[in-house]
Design a protein around this ligand. Structure first.
Ligand SMILES: [Fe+2]
Ligand SMILES: [Fe+2]
Length: 168
């Protein structure tokens, strides 16, 4: 089967991961420009899923949320909170870990992308157009305050991840 939406999102995962790995190649000296591209790329990707793909799939599913949707949304919340704090070596480890787990749930056979692709097969072109037209999410400078890291740790907890365990 032809899988245009699957390919669109999976290619975007690879693009975002490669920006990330280049930016943090030296975790003690993160490349600011590349990290910025990673950050805006990931936030736009999440926006495309939350505002275009998942709602279209839910609508096609008689407006019943898909079973993975709640967990993926919690992951998105955790990743978004991790984009707020400065990329310390611990934060980098945790981002890498969460992205890997998250992308598997979306990409694996029968995972979120497969389910969405099937449910929306009558409107693929329309969705691809909406995805192409999605605008970037504005970002603020990193927030170095303790509460920002605390917020990220709480968001991770809600998604089933423990920051300190992963960063160990
Ligand atoms: Fe996602
Ligand atoms: Fe994704």
């Amino acid at each position: 089967m032809n899988k245009p939406l699957y390919n669109f999102f999976t290619n975007d995962h690879r693009r975002i991961e490669s920006l990330f790995e280049k930016a943090v190649e030296n975790p003690n000296d993160v490349q600011t420009d590349l990290y910025h591209q990673f950050r805006t790329g990931l936030l736009k990707h999440i926006k495309m899923e939350e505002k275009v793909l998942f709602p279209a799939a839910q609508k096609a599913n008689d407006d019943v949320p898909l079973s993975l949707q709640a967990k993926l949304r919690l992951d998105h919340g955790a990743l978004t909170a991790l984009m707020v704090v400065p990329p310390t070596p611990d934060v980098i480890k945790v981002i890498r870990y969460v992205m890997e787990k998250h992308d598997i749930l979306e990409e694996e056979e029968g995972g979120m992308y497969d389910v969405c692709e099937k449910l929306t097969e009558s409107e693929t072109q329309n969705l691809l157009e909406q995805l192409e037209n999605t605008t970037e999410v504005p970002v603020h400078p990193h927030n170095k305050a303790d509460y920002a890291l605390k917020a990220a740790k709480n968001a991770l907890d809600r998604a089933g991840y423990n920051f300190d365990e992963i960063a160990k």
